[in-house]
Design a protein around this ligand. Sequence first.
Ligand code: GMT
Length: 376
Amino acid sequence: MKIGIVCYPTFGGSGVVATELGLEMAAIGHEVHFISYSMPVRLDPYASNVFYHEVVVTDYPLFDYSPYELVLTSKLVSVVKNEGLDLLHVHYAIPHASAAYMARQILKSEGIHLPIVTTLHGTDITLLGKDASFEPVITFAINESNAVTAVSSSLKNDTLAHFKVNRHIDVIPNFINLKRYETLVSNGLRERYAPDGEPVLMHVSNFRKVKRVEDVVRVFSGVRSKIKAKLLLIGDGPDRYNVEQMCRQLGICGDIHFLGKTKNVERVLANGDLFILPSETESFGLAALEAMAAGLPVISSNSGGLPEVNEHGYSGYLSDVGDVEDMTKNALDILATPETLDRFKKQALQQAEKFDLPNILPMYLDLYASLLKPLV
Ligand code: GMT
């Protein structure tokens, strides 16, 4: 198959899932063409069967706002025609699904058939979708796609609840490639930041409000008041300043380290004991799954798709959004003895196995195949 993938190139989960999926498709022999406005952060452009096409928007003084969606549409038409793509898989509804629809119409006028798969990732539905200025476009683009997938049942239900969607949505959860985690070796972070063998708590996000990183610090502060521990914060974003200020106010800066953004999150996670994800909303929570794959139990909120990923009392614990007290108690329960921690670590890994690549990739392959059946 020749597959086109349209995604955001940033550290966000949708771009990560799109990139990992494309790389895995390429690894099993499909030709994969990534189309984005810059190189996706996790993309290896030199991998076999992988191609990258950049969408370059030129600024004209006439425009106050450059029409990115139109440039993307033209690029899609050009790549589909010149590379002979069989289908287009777009990640994130705005503006990718609507640009793909427009490209499909242009190609149709030239006698070219192009099936479109749209994958909904969360914020396109739970945040942007509730904005009246996007709603009609999202509804239309979802209804017009040839196939639509959502990364959790929770996201599928949210989509059906908020939009006048009259079509089937497949649930295909996020995945991880556990093989990559098996060969992990320590990169020395644990020894550097927890030299006395203290448990290492971790959080990975883009530090947006929705992630409630301040709750991570509150939970850590509660844990720290009972036992020695360290907190490693990975990622960066708008809330970092508030979080730093909070560490200072609580007087625990010495035990908290900000590591910034990383492309190789599994190498960092390999140094941790417990992961905290107290998000306001999370359609899936890929960060939690990556943590479990590295053997870290997860203390999370119970919002959105998180209960589908983190099994309460098994791979970690779920609490109501903002219930810092309960999260602290759960964290201390897991860290109570080396035996309990060890059991939860094993269970977290077992839970992650449900989302291992060999279990999820066939779902996408079957979906693609169903769209490429000859039209009768
Ligand atoms: O969570 C983010 O800030 C990034 C966001 C995105 O749109 O890239 O992630 C969403 O998609 C991920 C991959 O499917 C999911 O694992 C995240 O849960 C989801 N984020 C939210 O729902 C807030």
